[in-house]
Unconditional design. Sequence first.
Length: 291
Amino acid sequence: MRDQAETLRLKMLKQQGELGRAIAVVSGKGGVGKSNFTTNFAITLANKGKKVVIVDMDIGMGNINILIGKNVSYSLKDYLEGNELLDDVIFEGPYNLRYISGGSGMSGVLEWSEAMFERLVHAFEQLQQTFDYILFDMGAGATNWSLDLLTSIDEIIVLSTAEPTSITDAYSMMKYIHMRDADKQFYVLCNRAYSKEEGLETNERLKLTMKRFLDKEVTILGSLPEDSAVRKAVREQVPFSLAYPDALITKTLQLIVARFMEHRVEEIHAHDQSAGKFLTKLRNIFSKGRD
């Protein structure tokens, strides 16, 4: 009865346009620049007046706060274990951006307790009511925990580089997720491309492979160039979109963010999709795990 009432309330909130979009950023392997992309993507959204929060889900190795250049006192783990309030693990970044650090020892949350799960759902519910975009920076690769969460999240941005192994791993990640939820919305993006042609070819390969083997359409978000400004910004612990606003990668990212926002408007008008499905799916997954 409680779940039914919650689902109805979430549906009503969505109809009022009050629930934010849950978006995961993933890659098939490490080293493709996923966290750097997530950070600067979020900052660009925030700079456009959107309310954005990043949830760092990289198990034991979260680095969003390092890229932003700030130390954090508490993490998501502290909240899940009941040691801190949700507000106490949310920190402020540029342009009113908010972020939650993953902290260390996140492997401990793999053994879910009901109380821990209730805190997780409560947190996500609060975030969806507060923010326009909730960006989950996922750890590299696929684990049972990450696949469960990705099954619940509305949209997935998949990063790859032009390296054949990166493309293969990105496809494998999408396949894992697709096998659990065939309706999932995928966006593909080539990072660290040495030319526009290389970025286009990489994205097209992923798009065609998904269509050929899984009969699944994906949306090409674009490609970001290899740019020395990124390495400089990481060393300076300042996001490249702030440190180097005139860099090619920053200007390209602005176009990609605008394209992403426009596509979401088109999708919302074309389909009656409920953001409340995120929490409903998450509850269902946890319930099955206890059966």
